[in-house]
Design a binder for this molecule. Structure first.
Ligand code: NI
Length: 139
């Protein structure tokens, strides 16, 4: 961990006012903590873009389990890459709809491919891959 550096930022006062309001709404104690989070988000975003190394994330899927063959297909896709799926949660939302949440950790390309395969499966109504970092390279 490096030493703490102070630096000045020049910006429009209206922009700063808006930033301060959001910081207050989000319960940040100081601007510095909010800016540190923004920088971390940018670095995580960069990690996804570079798609190298190990990532962690969650994938949520909403689908109708009555859709022909869908449940079986989703299971088969998951078993092909079982090593990157740490946990799954299945909730029966109503008579038709299921919500499935997968917790993932592994090589970025493998996680992204899995997300694309599941989300694009016919009958999946909504899917969202939320990538984050394993945290090992962030301070
Ligand atoms: Ni279900």
């Amino acid at each position: 961990m490096g030493k703490t550096i102070r630096f000045g930022v020049s910006l429009d006062s209206d922009l700063l006012d808006r930033f301060d309001r959001v910081c207050e709404e989000k319960s940040y104690q100081t601007r510095s903590e909010a800016i540190r989070d923004l920088i971390r988000n940018m670095l995580v975003q960069r990690e996804w873009e570079e798609a190298k190394g190990e990532l962690a994330g969650t994938l949520s899927l909403v689908y109708d389990h009555h859709h022909s063959g869908l449940t079986q297909k989703l299971l088969e896709i998951q078993h092909e890459v079982h090593d990157v799926i740490l946990s799954t949660l299945h909730v029966h939302l109503d008579h038709h709809n299921c919500l499935e949440v997968l917790v993932l950790k592994g090589p970025a390309d493998k996680i992204k491919t899995l997300g694309q395969k599941l989300i694009s499966s016919k009958g999946v109504k909504h899917g969202q891959l939320g990538l984050t970092t394993t945290g090992q390279d962030l301070l």
